[in-house]
Design a protein around this ligand. Structure first.
Ligand SMILES: Cc1cc2nc3c(=O)[nH]c(=O)nc-3n(C[C@H](O)[C@H](O)[C@H](O)COP(=O)(O)OP(=O)(O)OC[C@H]3O[C@@H](n4cnc5c(N)ncnc54)[C@H](O)[C@@H]3O)c2cc1C
Length: 413
């Protein structure tokens, strides 16, 4: 039996090892699943393609939705999701998402996440497609704060970490599933009672094929979905990829950067070449992106100094106080390139951002394969064909926590 490399925790794991629950992916959804299944008392391992820190989740600046406002409720949140998805989302999944959102936020707080507060409550912003102020933030480092708290919790428990384990195959066995990984030492096989697929979307790879910019981490390449499909899993809405309406278009160092939607939540608006507003800047993402594409096609766009199509995002309407609390990263990066977003508008154009669809799941996030679960961006249904901002980190937390418990139960059965 060959010893295989593992984490700093120095817990020996051997090739041909077996676990009750094996989680694939170390973004917010995989980490939440790992923490929840470890807390359910089973033997869990978390395998990931490169380092544990490498993921899209940590890049999320904007925030996470949950109905805490006095004029808000999980039902209104659900209505907003269904409307933004143009009624293509799966209502049972949406109900789970929005009804468990407040308790998911409290769970993250117990794990150490400190959401930004004002006037004795959470600082809530209204994001695109939302009828109420519902977006919680940790400054502009929400994804970083959430993944760090989840990772710290996982590392404090008994779960094993398997960095540099890229899933390359999945097959069913008499007791569950066997997963094959490419590691630095060669191919390693690990048995598990239940598998949790939390390997994210494919927008980095897709943007390369299309010759476009993407906001995504280079590990967002989608092979785990293909592996699950080859094993027999069903998918839905896989063709529905989302453009973030506000990609950075200029300066060159900001190309592909997702300008946080909180800029628009705090007053920025989209303007054409004539300085006119041409769309509801807080509309659903697909509508805003489409409006920008059309405005440019009509010849009403502007060109960046390197000749790329763009429109203006008038960020001068954001107050200095809101910018300081909710946009400090952007306020550092743009002036570093000679542009002050609080005194001049910035160039923006839609950029490939998110895989709306994915593996078909039920309310417990089990795929159509028994014993194989999926959560986070790799799963489909919760957002239908058009996700609202702030609902992905929420989906990762709500369904990651659920799936961790369900997979632990399944492995024990
Ligand atoms: C720039 C940016 C800003 C965003 N802002 C927000 C926001 O403000 N609010 C919000 O709700 N959402 C936001 N999103 C979307 C959200 O962050 C992601 O959709 C979500 O975090 C995805 O989490 P995940 O756990 O499903 O996947 P990821 O975080 O992408 O993690 C996937 C993991 O799987 C691993 N992996 C991939 N392939 C393999 C393999 N073959 N074998 C083993 N491991 C593998 C990866 O290395 C990674 O660790 C943003 C996304 C980006 C890119």
């Amino acid at each position: 039996m060959t010893e295989i490399s593992i984490c700093a925790k120095l817990r020996p794991v051997r090739a041909d090892a077996s676990f009750d629950v094996l989680v694939i992916g170390s973004g917010a959804s995989g980490l939440a699943a790992g923490v929840a299944s470890e807390r359910a008392g089973v033997r869990v391992a978390l395998a990931t393609k490169t380092s544990l820190q490498a993921c899209n989740s940590a890049k999320a600046q904007g925030g996470i939705q949950a109905a805490f406002g006095e004029d808000d409720s999980p039902e209104i949140h659900a209505e907003d999701v269904m409307r933004s998805s143009h009624d293509t989302a799966e209502p049972r999944l949406v109900e789970v998402l929005t009804s468990e959102a407040p308790s998911a936020i409290h769970w993250l707080e117990e794990l150490g996440v400190e959401f930004t507060r004002s006037n004795g409550g959470y600082r809530l912003a209204r994001c695109g497609g939302a009828s109420r102020k519902r977006l919680l933030q940790v400054g502009d480092r929400t994804g970083h704060a959430i993944t760090r708290a989840l990772r710290d919790s996982f590392e404090a428990g008994s779960g094993a970490e398997l960095p540099h384990h890229a899933l390359v195959g999945l097959e069913s066995t008499t007791i569950g599933w066997k997963a094959s990984f490419q590691t630095k030492e060669g191919v390693v096989e690990i048995d598990a009672g239940a598998i949790v697929l939390a390997a994210g979307g494919r927008c980095y790879a897709e943007a390369e094929v299309r010759g476009e910019l993407s906001t995504n981490h280079p590990n967002a390449t989608g092979e785990v979905t293909r592996i699950a499909v080859a094993a027999g899993a069903r998918t839905r809405d896989l063709d529905a990829l989302q453009y973030h309406p506000n990609g950075g278009a200029w300066p060159a160092t900001m190309q592909g950067y997702s300008i946080p939607e909180t800029t628009r939540a705090y007053g920025a608006v989209l303007l054409n070449a004539d300085g006119q507003e041409f769309t509801d800047s807080l509309g659903p993402r697909d509508a805003v992106s489409q409006a920008i594409f059309e405005e440019v096609e009509k010849g009403k766009g502007v060109l960046t100094p390197d000749g790329r199509p763009a429109v203006w995002l008038d960020t001068t309407r954001i107050s200095a106080e809101d910018a300081e609390i909710s946009l400090p990263y952007m306020l550092r990066r743009y002036p570093g390139a000679g542009i002050d977003p609080l005194t001049e508008p910035i160039y923006t154009y839609p950029v490939l951002h998110y895989q709306n669809g994915g593996l078909t799941i039920d309310e417990h996030a089990q795929t159509t394969l028994e014993g194989v679960f999926a959560c986070g961006e790799i799963a489909g249904g919760t957002h239908g064909r058009n996700r609202m901002m702030g609902n992905s980190l929420l989906e990762c937390t709500v369904f990651g926590r659920r799936v961790g418990r369900a997979a632990a139960e399944r492995a024990r059965a």
